[in-house]
Design a binder for this molecule. Structure first.
Ligand SMILES: NC(=O)c1ccc[n+]([C@@H]2O[C@H](COP(=O)([O-])OP(=O)(O)OC[C@H]3O[C@@H](n4cnc5c(N)ncnc54)[C@H](OP(=O)(O)O)[C@@H]3O)[C@@H](O)[C@H]2O)c1
Length: 255
């Protein structure tokens, strides 16, 4: 059987939070599907290592270190994509932070600020610069929300508020940009193996077993399983999907 072109063949894709977890897995999946990828996060050494790995595998990949909380950093990353590859077609706005674990009345304001500034202002910054780069020719954007954007699991309240806000921004942008041929969707991952989750389990005894048992599949996702859903939504195979939030959660929000 001949293998057809990848679902993102020739597309230029920007991926935030690409230095680990779901974002790093997405870099590999998007590159495998034929995209030219630009990797964004704060840890430049990780990005350099991953983009070199992708290039060694035959992909076109580069990186631009930056903090999604800072509009100028995101603007620089989008410009890097356009200057390096000529355009921006696809964006996976995936950078996020879980923040301190405590009941909301015991959290400091700084904990709220970090989570909102990373997860909500970060997506806000990304959407604004990406949409400006896409309106002339269309494109597809996927934002990473969470099951915590759909229900209120046992995670900190600012994170729940932030991930609900990501879904609100996704819907607003989808409606505003539909006429320009830009689709905007969100994924809502459930428990997924990553640095964020390993850190959470290390800090809260018993949380791992409790979290695994909260979904019918009774396991954690591998980051690649979430990345595959993002790749599909980013691709033209999802051409009539916009404003949607796709749970990728082993059934966590079903029962
Ligand atoms: N793992 C799960 O169970 C789960 C479930 C639902 C949703 N999510 C969401 O999935 C996304 C990816 O998380 P993950 O699970 O893959 O965890 P992770 O391995 O900790 O990845 C988080 C990524 O975000 C980047 N990041 C954090 N703050 C940033 C900032 N200010 N500017 C730029 N990049 C920043 C980190 O890179 P640097 O530190 O190098 O900047 C890292 O690449 C997040 O939005 C998270 O909320 C995860």
């Amino acid at each position: 059987m001949t293998q057809g072109p990848g679902s993102l063949e020739g597309k230029v894709a920007l991926i935030t939070g690409a230095s680990s977890g779901i974002g790093a897995a997405a870099a590999r999946v998007f590159a495998r599907e034929g995209a030219r990828v630009v990797l964004v996060a704060r840890r430049e050494d990780r990005l350099a290592e991953l983009s070199a790995e992708l290039r060694a595998g035959g992909a076109q990949a580069s990186h631009c270190a930056g903090d999604v909380q800072i509009s100028a950093d995101v603007e620089r990353a989008v410009s890097h994509a356009v200057q390096t590859y000529g355009r921006l077609d696809v964006a996976f706005n995936n950078a996020g932070a879980g923040g301190d674990v405590a009941p909301l009345h015991l959290l400091e304001d700084a904990a709220y600020d970090l989570v909102m500034d990373t997860n909500v202002r970060g997506v806000w910054n990304c959407l604004r610069h990406e949409i400006r780069a896409m309106t002339a020719h269309g494109g597809s954007i996927v934002n990473t929300s969470s099951v915590a954007g759909l229900v209120a699991p046992s995670v900190p309240a600012p994170y729940i508020a932030a991930k609900h806000a990501v879904i609100g921004l996704t819907k607003a942008a989808a409606v505003e940009c539909a006429a320009d041929g830009v689709r905007v969707n969100a994924i809502a991952p459930g428990l997924t193996r990553s640095e964020m989750v390993e850190d959470w389990f290390a800090r809260v005894p018993g949380q791992q077993a409790k979290s695994m048992a909260s979904a019918p599949q009774n396991r954690m996702a591998e980051p690649e399983e979430v990345a595959e859903a993002a790749a599909w939504l980013c691709s033209e195979r999802a051409s009539f999907v916009t404003g949607a939030t796709l749970p990728v959660d082993g059934g966590r929000t079903t029962w």
